[in-house]
Design a protein around this ligand. Structure first.
Ligand code: AMP
Ligand code: MG
Length: 451
């Protein structure tokens, strides 16, 4: 585990007062330490978790050559280029009930999708391409006629092991258990999977003007929305959330809350209190608790941010903890990574998506790459100065010609949550990029599956 100072010396030209989005990601990827504990879980519970080990296929999938169609199975060597093939139907192979018996040249077996290919047969003619004579479909000894030029040997047969090969990894350590991967694990007959334990993430909002739901409105005060957006984004990631409420701008209260949070959680996310006017006060208090850096990031929205590692106060660990090993269940003697996000509601969401989410995925043991950006044509001009990364709330849709287009969703103020609620993605205007003209292509980070 590296200190902030060690990381700073590793990064070329590190300047906390002028961080680019790329600098922030590089720094956080060095700060985030993956969890180490493995939990073996039944499949339904493993959904959304991260694999702690490769999953090795215990058998070939499919385990036998089988038919990809309903039709007639035969030996493909009998196909001739310009003559119909006439075959006698000698039996039926059903899915789950193999046909027993030998098949001679000139014969075929009626076969259903998924049924095991009878020995020696390698080709299936789909039922709809076959003429049956004299039309007694189900009866044996009917004759099937296959027109010439339609098939090649091996057609419509699925090969044993074409999906997965016994002894080879079917899934890799670090993969998130998506619906497809969960289904794949089940297809291997596995009842449990080894996963990394989920992250515990504590969060709270700060500010004297922030009201909790249920409190009476008062002049100058706003209801806390950040705890709800943060809760939603953490839940989407499969984190165990610890909601610590709203904390007033009071040093003693803040300090106590930070210590309690760090004692229980792998990561602590706060909002508010890192902007210029408030930084000194928070800075002094956070410095007491651990190792914290305050950044100014060349981005919009979301310029100020604090990061670091908060150490739990000894008293916050279990009462009989010696301070050496902590308490297994609650204690986190190494401290928690801190993400001190700005207070403005959209800035919270954007900094979470851009920086916190990738860092948390790394801590979860996931080797998830950043989701691919989508290219869409901007239907409007967007003003932008090179030298900072801007995230504009956008709505991506399909244009009449089938291409993708994007428009902004209105007021882009960093506190305007309605334009965020209306958006389905963030238009990402990169650090070096300038203004966008109508019809220019832009990158979009889609929310699908994330927000
Ligand atoms: P701060 O970063 O604390 O200076 O806050 C910046 C702006 O965001 C102020 O207008 C705050 O009222 C607002 N804000 C801070 N925290 C929250 C919150 N939890 N919910 C809604 N608005 C907030
Ligand atoms: Mg504040």
């Amino acid at each position: 585990m590296k200190t902030l100072e060690q990381i700073a010396t590793e990064l070329q030209g590190y300047d906390p007062q002028a961080m680019s989005a790329a600098d922030v990601l590089a720094f956080l990827s060095r700060l985030a330490v993956p969890v180490q504990d493995v939990v073996e879980l039944p499949l339904f519970e493993a959904f959304g978790r991260v694999l702690a080990d490769d999953v090795i296929s215990p058998f070939d999938v499919p385990p036998h050559d089988n038919s990809a169609m309903d039709g007639y199975a035969f030996d493909g060597r009998q196909l001739a280029a310009n003559a119909a093939l006439e075959l006698e139907v000698v039996g039926t192979a059903l899915a789950g009930k193999a046909w027993q018996g030998s098949v001679l040249p000139g014969q075929c077996v009626k076969i259903m999708t998924g049924a095991i290919m009878p020995p020696g047969l390698d080709t299936v003619v789909p039922q709809e391409f076959t003429k049956l004579q004299p039309g007694r479909e189900s009866a044996e000894n009917a004759r099937a006629s296959i027109p010439p030029g339609l098939l090649s040997a091996g057609d419509n047969r699925r090969l044993r092991g074409e999906d997965l090969i016994r002894g080879k990894p079917a899934l890799r350590k670090g993969e998130l258990l998506t619906p497809a991967r969960l289904g794949l694990a089940a297809s291997l007959g596995l009842e449990t999977l080894k996963t990394w334990r989920p992250l515990r993430v504590a969060y709270f909002s700060t500010g004297d003007e922030i009201l909790s739901l249920g409190e009476a409105p008062r002049e100058g005060a706003v209801y806390d929305s950040n705890r709800y957006t943060v809760f939603g984004m953490l839940s989407r990631l499969g984190c165990q959330v610890i909601d610590m409420g709203v904390v007033r701008d009071d040093p003693a209260l803040l300090e106590a809350t930070f210590s309690r949070a760090a004692a229980q959680a792998d990561a602590v996310i706060t909002s508010g209190g890192v902007s210029v006017g408030e930084a000194d006060f928070t800075k002094a208090m956070m410095k007491k608790l651990g190792d914290v850096a305050f950044w100014r990031i060349a981005m919009r929205p979301g310029r100020p941010m604090a990061v670091g590692r908060i150490l739990p106060a000894k008293s916050a660990l279990s009462p009989d903890s010696t301070g050496q090993d902590g308490d297994q269940q609650h204690g986190n003697p190494h401290g928690a990574i801190l993400f001190g996000l700005p207070g403005n509601p959209v800035a919270v969401m954007v900094t979470f998506l851009a920086f916190v989410r990738p860092a948390l995925l790394q801590m979860m043991g996931a080797n998830a790459a950043a989701p691919p950006l989508l290219r869409a044509r901007s239907t409007e001009a967007i003003r932008k100065k090179p030298g900072r990364t801007e995230y504009q709330r956008g709505w991506v849709s399909t244009a009449p010609d089938g291409s993708l287009q994007v428009r902004t969703t209105g007021n882009q103020g960093s506190g305007v949550l309605s334009s965020m609620a209306e958006a389905n993605g963030l238009i990402m205007l990169h650090h070096g990029q300038g203004s966008v003209a109508v019809g220019d292509e832009v990158d979009v980070m889609m929310f699908e599956g994330v927000l």
